[in-house]
Design a protein around this ligand. Sequence first.
Ligand code: PAF
Length: 281
Amino acid sequence: MSITIARTRAELAAAVGDATVAFVPTMGALHDGHVQLLKHARPLGEVLVASIFVNPTQFAPGEDFEDYPRTFDADLERCAEAGVDVVFAPAVETMYPSGFDTTITVDPGPLGSILEGAARPTHFRGVLTVVAKLFGLVRPDVAVFGEKDYQQLTLIRQMSRELALDVEIVGCPTVREADGLAMSSRNIYLTADDRVRAAAVSAALRAGVAAGPEGADAVLDAAHAVLDAAGITPDYLVLTNPELGDPEPGQEARLLVAARVGKPRLLDNCALTIGATKLGS
Ligand code: PAF
C-alpha cells in the first residue's frame, strides 16, 4: 500500500476509515529511533498512522522552535520504509483552530513540574495538549512513544488513564548510537568535540546500573563520577521509582539524567534494580 498524506481532519478520516489504528506521534526529523517506534507499532493496528507536527506550544520563547530540523521529504521515505500507511501532517490552524491564547489546555499536574518540567515549566502542558488533540483527530487504539523521553511517556500514560482517553500507551526502548548516545533529533546540534563528550551521558547511566547492587548512593556516585570526568554538569541526575516517585530499596528503579553538552540538552534514562540500601543512608 502506498503512503497517504493527510493534512486535514477530513483527509485523515477518509484515509483511516473504520480500521483499528496504531499511532506514532512525531515532530519529524525522523531518525532510527523513530523508525523503531514505527516498526514496533506496525503490527499493533490495521492502519499505522504517523503524525509529523512541530508543536509550537511545547517550546518556550527563546527555545529552538524556529530552528527545529524540518526534513519532510526524508521523513516520508523513512515512514514508507517502516510500513506507515498514513502520514498526518496538519497545519498549525488545524491543530489550534482558535489560536494559542484561547485554546483549552491539559494541566500535567505535579508530575509536570519536576525534572524536565522544572527546567521547562510550560513544556508538558504543550505536549499533553497536542497529544490529546492528536488522539482526538487520529482516534488511535494504541499509541507508541519512546522511553527516551521517559517523563513524557509517564505523563501521557497518566493522561490517557485519568482522562479516560481509551488509548493504550506502549513504551518502546531507547535506540542508541554505537557508543551508547541515545538517538535524538537534536543530536545534530552537537559539534564534533561535544559529540565525543556526549557519550559520557549514557556511560554514566551504565556505571549507575553496574553499581545498583551496592545501593542508591553508590548508583548516583558512580554516575556522577563519569559525568565529572567528562566535564559535564548535569541539570539533574536522579533515581526514582518507575512512576517517577521516590525509589524503594530493593525495588525496580529509574535513573534519569539531563545535561547540556554544548548547544543541546541531552536526556537519557534507564531501568535498574537498586540494592537494599536506603537513599541517603
Ligand atoms: O516526543 C515528541 O516528539 C513530541 O513531544 C510529541 C509527543 C510528538 C508531541 O509533540
